[in-house]
Ligand binder design. Structure first.
Ligand SMILES: [Zn+2]
Length: 217
């Protein structure tokens, strides 16, 4: 089994987590992946139901020219994914959702504040809110890269739109998208109860350091 077909199977299989975690509705949302240093990415085709995706149905797209190969038309977010890969060579996976709690913060143009240790672990602080950008061209990608380059958070909520989550692999990007919605939901609920207790910057730094260097297998 070649690396390319393994990535194809992985990108297809990971798409199933988007509806399973209630991050998407109908056919909205998408995930892409590329092998380290590769000039092409694999991305969800436009308007195909998640349960109908097969490894062969994914579009293979040149990240420079946007030339696409595959049986279907490419996702409408293709230019955004390609822009991110071109400008952030360390990125190997991109996930885009309109997951409801995180997107509620996007709708009011607010970052997701860091009230939770789990958020300090995973995001190292607030999840930033990027400016409004129209879909279709490079505007969204440019804004995602501007906000996330050099930022601890692997996710951004784009004003009036939704979530973009990045990672060194498609699986890592998916995890960031799942955790983003999870912490957005808890933060939203906490804000209904009263004023959340802020986390000290020093505690956030320590938690993030421990999580990113010591935690896990
Ligand atoms: Zn969208």
């Amino acid at each position: 089994m070649s690396d390319a077909s393994e990535l194809r199977r992985e990108v297809c299989a990971l798409h199933a987590y988007l509806p399973a975690h209630r991050l998407v509705a109908w056919t909205s949302g998408n995930l892409s992946g590329r092998a380290p240093g590769a000039k092409t990415m694999l991305i969800k085709p436009s308007g195909v139901m998640f349960e109908d995706l097969t490894p062969e149905s994914l579009c293979e797209v040149d990240i420079e020219t946007l030339e696409a190969r595959g049986p279907y038309k490419v996702s409408s977010d293709t230019a955004t994914h390609a822009y991110i890969y071109r400008h952030m060579p360390e990125v190997g996976g991109v996930v885009h959702t309109h997951s409801p709690y995180a997107t509620a913060f996007a709708a009011v143009g607010r970052e997701i504040p860091c009230f939770l240790t789990a958020m300090a672990d995973e995001f190292g602080g607030p999840i930033p809110c990027g400016g409004f950008a129209l879909i279709g061209g490079e505007e969204i990608g440019r804004e995602v890269v501007r906000v996330l380059r050099g930022h601890r958070s692997p996710a951004v909520v784009m004003q009036n739109h939704g979530v973009f989550a990045l990672g060194p692999t498609p699986r890592a990007a998916l995890k960031a998208a799942v955790m983003c919605e999870d912490v957005a939901r808890t933060s939203f609920l906490a804000l209904q109860l009263g004023t959340p207790v802020p986390l000290a910057q020093e505690a956030i730094d320590k938690l993030h350091e421990r999580y990113t260097t010591v935690y896990g297998q």
